[in-house]
Unconditional design. Structure first.
Length: 243
């Protein structure tokens, strides 16, 4: 990535996108963020992302000058065409397709397309997203093949050579916690690793139910939805390995 100087991070305010943002801040001279308001049930993430951005600026001064504009797009239409447990008040369950009903068809495809359009205008070469094919719920729009296809389509369709960077693609949630620790430590050897992990625990939001009333060792959430289960399990492995 030596030739690239700017990145746009798809930033929801959750654990994965915060780790991706730290990854980008450690590599690029200019980093901007983009969030999407699509009528998600866990709308509390829209406030969490602002808190995380401010905390990163306050707690990691070396990154602050690199952290540029934050953009939020209104994607209410996505909620209108989706009948999922992320956009409707319904129980989490598995569908006959083998996918959980948290899958929002086309979500990541639309996110990447709009992010690329913004990156085009902002003269940004790299689009960073926290999708993962290792420790995930089986979403087809999180797969490596999908990301490579989108990178090609966006580069051809906009006549601009985009790089879709997926730093979490081949690691599990325990490794994601570990990555955050390592990135924080490199940014500030005087305890930055633990400080970034604590920031993620306290301020990010992952829970699909939007629960901020229950505080666990790994952060806030209902503890029962698929996102909470993955985050909890990964933190348990990480915490057992890092003192």
């Amino acid at each position: 990535m030596a030739m690239h100087t700017a990145a746009l991070v798809l930033f929801s305010g959750g654990q994965d996108s915060t780790t991706c943002l730290a990854h980008a801040l450690s590599r690029f001279e200019r980093v901007e963020t983009i969030g999407f308001d699509y009528g998600q049930r866990h709308h509390v993430e829209m406030q969490a992302r602002l808190t995380v951005l401010q905390q990163l600026r306050d707690q990691f001064p070396a990154w602050s000058p690199r952290l540029g504009l934050d953009h939020v797009l209104d994607l209410a239409v996505l909620g209108q065409v989706s009948e999922t447990s992320l956009t409707r008040d319904m129980a989490f369950r598995m569908e006959a397709t083998g996918l959980p009903n948290t899958f929002v068809p086309g979500r990541n495809l639309l996110f990447l397309t709009l992010a690329a359009a913004l990156a085009y205008r902002r003269d940004v070469q790299v689009i960073v997203t926290g999708v993962c094919e290792t420790d995930f719920s089986g979403y087809p729009d999180c797969r490596d093949d999908t990301m490579k296809a989108m990178q090609l389509a966006l580069s051809l369709g906009m006549d601009k050579r985009f790089l879709v960077d997926t730093p979490l693609m081949w690691i599990d949630k325990a490794d994601t916690w570990r990555m955050a620790h390592d990135l924080g430590q490199r940014a500030d050897p005087a305890g930055g690793g633990r400080r970034l992990v604590d920031l993620i625990i306290e301020h990010t939001h992952t829970c699909y139910a939007g629960d901020r009333s229950h505080r666990h060792a790994w952060g806030y959430g209902c503890g029962a939805c698929p996102a909470c289960e993955l985050r909890q399990r990964g933190y348990g492995v990480f915490a057992g390995q890092v003192t």
